[in-house]
Design a protein around this ligand. Structure first.
Ligand code: HEC
Length: 160
């Protein structure tokens, strides 16, 4: 994901001289929005998990490679931005539960193996839920997507 609008906004606020900032603030109040863990999950992790699943189902390996890298980035950013949540060491837990399935997904994509992809994406999905259960958030149940919620995106491989 490109640097988010949020980071851009924060950078702009920092870069703007205070006099100019005061004026801007008077015209358009600027509030800095800090997404919580649940927001980051919903905004960045969940869509990547869905898109990766759809890519693999369509055997679109080039796109699956891209989307797996995006998911990796999203998870790393969550761990960096929210290393702790309540009493839980989110960064460490993230690595512990997702490392293996993410590695298996990379192998499955490299070898263009649809069966292995489905198995490892299923395993990744279990790791999402394992962490939700371990953090007392067992009401959040992730599953492998059956349909696409993105009517404007083609998940099939590009025709040569
Ligand atoms: C390291 C632990 C951890 C892992 C791994 C994890 N999550 Fe989460 N997730 C949480 C916690 C804790 C919350 C609740 C945060 C809050 O309420 O602010 C959450 C919340 C969410 C939510 C918000 C629920 C809602 O309905 O609003 C979604 C969606 C979500 N996770 C998806 C995923 C997906 C998909 C994966 C796997 C690719 C995943 N999570 C992996 C810890 C984790």
């Amino acid at each position: 994901m490109k640097p988010s609008l949020l980071v851009l906004t924060v950078a702009l606020v920092i870069a703007t001289p205070s006099a100019a900032r005061a004026q801007t603030a008077a015209d358009t109040p600027v509030a800095v929005y800090l997404p919580g863990l649940g927001d980051l999950m919903t905004m960045t992790v969940q869509p990547r998990h869905i898109k990766l699943g759809l890519a693999g189902r369509e055997k679109n390996w080039a796109y699956a490679t891209y989307e797996l890298a995006e998911l990796n980035e999203a998870l790393n950013r969550v761990a960096k931005l929210r290393p702790r949540w309540r009493d839980f060491a989110i960064a460490e837990m993230m690595r512990a539960v997702t490392k293996e399935p993410l590695g298996e997904l990379a192998d499955a994509i490299k070898s263009a193996d649809g069966v292995r992809f489905a198995q490892s994406h299923g395993k990744l999905t279990e790791s999402c839920n394992l962490c939700h259960q371990s953090t007392g958030q067992g009401v959040i149940v992730i599953k492998v997507p059956e349909t696409s919620p993105y009517p404007d995106q083609n998940f099939q491989p590009a025709r040569k």
